[in-house]
Design a protein around this ligand. Structure first.
Ligand code: ATR
Length: 286
């Protein structure tokens, strides 16, 4: 490694201590023999503008962006790729000779992980739980991929707003429902795929789930983007209902692989990234 010519990449967010991204990206850089390093930097919410000025001043080559900055960073960048401007949120930044360009690889990452398991989502009935940053990105990608989408959220005005934004921007109609048992059961009855894009079930509240086995039918594909733990309560319920389950590691790896490709222009070593993320997960003895 030539330290005088090092290219620096960072994750910014708060918190970032638990992130698997440094392990995943540094493994990829090593595998391709790139003179690059990826670090995690805790940036409290009020410090975001200062942090972005430093990224420019210090010439960081690229960033990943996580909670709580995915939306706040938009107005601090020079340009947005279509993936980010559609969703209105950024998880990846490329420093293109001083110009900071924002991308969003969350939605495409989730779709790649899903399609890797079940094939095309075109024409599939999908129930998506959540209307936050991650859910928004996934909703746009699913709608564009031709899925028939119903979005369900605790806060109904938020999910209505998301549905009308998708209709305005893409001209695609999506259904909306609340978490009320009757509405949710009705939505799930005809669903091929259920996706949890809320934080429910995430460590430390690992015994929480928005949907129980009694509301699922045999053959329903249940996909949880939560990866801490990998076997969430929702996925355990899906097993009880004899559904197919997909855990959150795939989305993490694919959104990272897409970011890697944006930064380096090289094909990401996806298997190596997955193995590194898995090792890191296991290393945290919980
Ligand atoms: P992220 O950027 O990770 O998606 P977020 O923007 O804070 O995070 O969104 C979190 C999502 O999880 C939201 O859809 C939230 O529902 P609300 O819009 O009603 O807040 C959902 N969520 C979090 N905790 C929840 C809970 N206990 N029950 C139901 N939904 C919950």
């Amino acid at each position: 490694m030539n330290l005088a010519k090092l290219k620096l990449f960072a994750l910014i967010g708060d918190p970032v201590e638990q992130s698997l991204s440094p392990a995943m990206h540094n493994a990829a850089f090593r595998a391709l023999g790139l003179n690059c390093v990826y670090i995690a930097l805790r940036v409290p919410k009020p410090m975001l503008a200062d942090a972005i000025a430093s990224v420019r001043g210090l010439g960081f080559a690229g960033l990943n962006v996580t909670t709580p900055h995915k939306i706040g960073i938009v107005s601090l960048l020079d340009e947005l790729d279509e993936s980010a401007s559609l969703v209105g949120a950024v998880n990846t930044v490329k420093n293109n000779r001083g110009k900071l360009i924002g991308f969003n690889t969350d939605g495409e990452g989730a779709i790649r992980a899903l399609q890797g398991e079940i094939g095309s989502v075109e024409g599939k009935e999908v129930v998506l739980l959540g209307a936050g940053g991650a859910a928004r990105a996934i909703a746009f990608s699913l709608a564009r991929a031709g899925a028939r989408l119903t979005i369900v959220n605790r806060t109904v005005p938020k999910v209505r707003a998301l549905a009308s934004t998708i209709e305005q921007k893409l001209g695609i109609n999506v259904g909306v429902a609340s978490l009320g048992r009757t509405e949710l059961t009705k939505a799930l009855k005809n669903a091929d795929v259920l996706i949890n894009a809320t934080s429910v079930g995430m460590y430390p509240k690992i015994n929480k789930t928005l949907v129980r086995a009694s509301m699922m039918h045999r053959g329903l594909v249940v996909y949880d983007i939560v990866y801490e733990p990998l076997r969430t309560k929702l996925l355990r319920e899906a097993r009880r209902a004899s559904g197919k389950t997909i855990d959150g590691l795939g989305m993490l790896v694919h959104q990272g692989a897409l970011a890697f490709e944006i930064w380096t222009g090289k094909r990401a070593p996806v298997k190596i990234m997955r193995a590194a993320a898995k090792r890191e997960l296991r290393g945290e003895s919980r």
